[in-house]
Design a protein around this ligand. Sequence first.
Ligand code: G3P
Length: 490
Amino acid sequence: KDGVYKFYFDGEWRKSSSGKTVPIINPTTRETHFRVARSCTQEEVKKIVETSKAVQKSWAKTPLWKRAELLHKAAAILKEHKAPIAECLVKEIAKPAKDAVTEVVRSGDLVSYCAEEGVRILGEGQFLVSDSFPGNERTKYCLTSKVTFTISAFPTGCVRESHLPIPPFNYPVNLAVSKIAPALIAGNSLVLKPPTQGAVAALHMVHCFHLAGFPKGLISCVTGKGSEIGDFLTMHPGINCISFTGGDTGIAISKKAGMVPLQMELGGKDGCIILEDADLDLAAANIVKGGFSYSGQRCTAVKVVLVMESVANTLVEKVQAKVAKLSVGRPEDDCDITPVVTESSANFIEGLVMDAKEKGATCCQEYKREGNLIWPLLLDNVRPDMRIAWEEPFGPVLPVIRINSVEEGINHCNASNFGLQGCVFTRDINKAILISDAMETGTVQINSAPARGPDHFPFQGLKDSGIGSQGITNSINMMTKTKSTVINLP
Ligand code: G3P
């Protein structure tokens, strides 16, 4: 009634005792569209963790098939409510209308897949005998199973303090369920901290889990400023596992978290290496899709093209022709390029463009900006002394570096502090494999743009791109512990 979205705890929607709120600015209109409760007090967080701990014990004893059943129910409810949730994504993060619906449907599928994968992998254990190790008789039998006694925290909404704010606003629903569903099937309770931009979509998603009938207190969702409760939550001794997607706040979290399993995805500068024998039409199509989908606001976006000089002119012409066809405008109209998430993001992107222009990069299109809306821009002849050669714009601006050898391309990618994904376009599979082996990234795509999905594939970053591996199976395993029982024979 008061227009402020409440936080979720103990099966109820509650007002924060702080009474403060955070505005959610619509990136298109740049006006306040929603308000969410501004962080719970530390006392409230303490109570949430204590309750989660108590509820987790009975949840872990709930038969696996029953846990799976509830997840399937939540997935179905989520899909039923795809329209209102997608509408929030359009208003909060300016996601193009069709992509917003796709995100919700993909999330429902992810939840169902988690339920199916969970019953399979958690239903298995190991049986070992002792006499295979030197010096042992066959007097010990070891039984292992996967158990949980954890509360997981997913502070997905923290903001970079020192640079461009890049919280994982880009998939507030999908990135949240990619943590929630593995946790639940594995028997964890959880505390979700969604990003501020996207918080209302995330709250709607949480409501779908509420409607599915999960036990009270099993799922909690706190909104507000990560800087106010983030540290308290991640350092709380009751939190046994942290999964984070976002900016370099993740590095700070990893230093403070202590001895708990960590799973983090912290951005990327995914390189796209184009060899002389590449199918240039295929490469151009993937560069545009990979570089400009959701206006480049994806960790896995193509963020630098490294093309062999001999084919560079042809490739740039093909990419340019496709960029010219991208529609630019409102997310409600399902335009390809929509306003970037905040004004500070737009300013940051503009700074990178100006730096590159001043240092001699060639703008393939005229640089144009209105408010948070930046027209797609290909920057050719980028050199390593330009900031955009190394920094993530998280916007619709793509640098092209011309290279004279494959090694030059690989060296550029490996010199980055990021190591999320990369891609290579060539008709020679042997070369592609050798390049994949040489690239210091979590994944290399051959003849396609980088991407996290399908969501059951392993997804991991090296160096500053993260820690641990995601993807449904890896996440379930990461959120469980191995328990051994050894039978000692006389
Ligand atoms: O930016 C978030 C990251 O997880 C990318 O996901 O599906 O766009 O490759 P996707």
